[in-house]
Design a protein around this ligand. Structure first.
Ligand SMILES: [Zn+2]
Length: 218
């Protein structure tokens, strides 16, 4: 069933040259928005041929590659190896820049429970709980992320069809419910490290993610 999604509008768009920590360089067109449902400062990064300024005519004829990426301060910025967010983000930027599309940077840290609660969940994981059990033990749902604001940003940019760069079926399901056509799902790579094996295995087992990882890992 389709959900009624309130309209959002582009507030600002500005070019930002990017240089990632490993030296990878590209250009982004960064969009901010008015009217996002949760009032958070989500961003969209236009990459590749969608990085250059120009009118958005609401008719994106080629289907853009789109990744909704949920903020992970520890992984994205500091390279935490407790999760795979940093390498996922790095991979997404390059792949989207290569084919043209949008990275939706969603300010919903720790599956939506917030940064401090995420650290508390880590502490519980060190006592043997997996990432989902830890969220439940803290009184949260397994995954509190919403992709309504992601759909609002896509609608505001005139994007109605996407090739979704994600292993997470919930992202596709939620976006479809918000009126975004997911024309294709493109899998991301597996970024296994010594410290995130258990996390990835839990994601594959509990979140029904399409991850080819040995469940005995870690
Ligand atoms: Zn992370």
């Amino acid at each position: 069933m389709l959900m009624r999604v309130p309209p959002a509008t582009v507030r600002t768009q500005v070019s930002v040259p990017l240089r990632l920590s490993d030296g990878y360089v590209t250009e982004a067109r960064v969009f901010s928005f008015d009217g996002l449902v949760d009032g958070r400062e989500h961003l969209t990064f236009g990459l590749g041929d969608l990085a250059s300024p120009g009118p958005l005519d609401g008719d994106c004829r080629r289907i853009p590659l789109v990744r909704p990426h949920s903020e992970c301060l520890t992984g994205d910025v500091f390279g935490s190896q407790r999760c795979d967010c940093g390498p996922q983000l790095r991979e997404a930027v390059e792949r989207i820049a290569g084919s043209g599309g949008f990275l939706l940077y969603l300010r919903q840290e720790g599956r939506g429970i917030g940064l401090y609660a995420k650290l508390e969940a880590y502490a519980l994981q060190d006592m043997g709980l997996d990432t989902y059990e830890a969220n439940l033990a803290l009184g949260h749902r397994e995954d509190e992320r919403s992709y309504v604001a992601a759909a609002q940003m896509l609608h505001a940019l005139g994007v109605s069809r996407v090739a979704l760069l994600s292993n997470n079926p919930d992202k596709a399901r939620q976006l479809r419910r918000c009126g975004v056509r997911v024309a294709a799902r493109v899998a991301t790579g597996v970024h296994l490290s010594a410290a995130n094996g258990r996390y990835l295995a839990a994601k594959a087992r509990r979140g029904a993610h399409t991850i080819d990882v040995e469940l005995s890992a870690g």
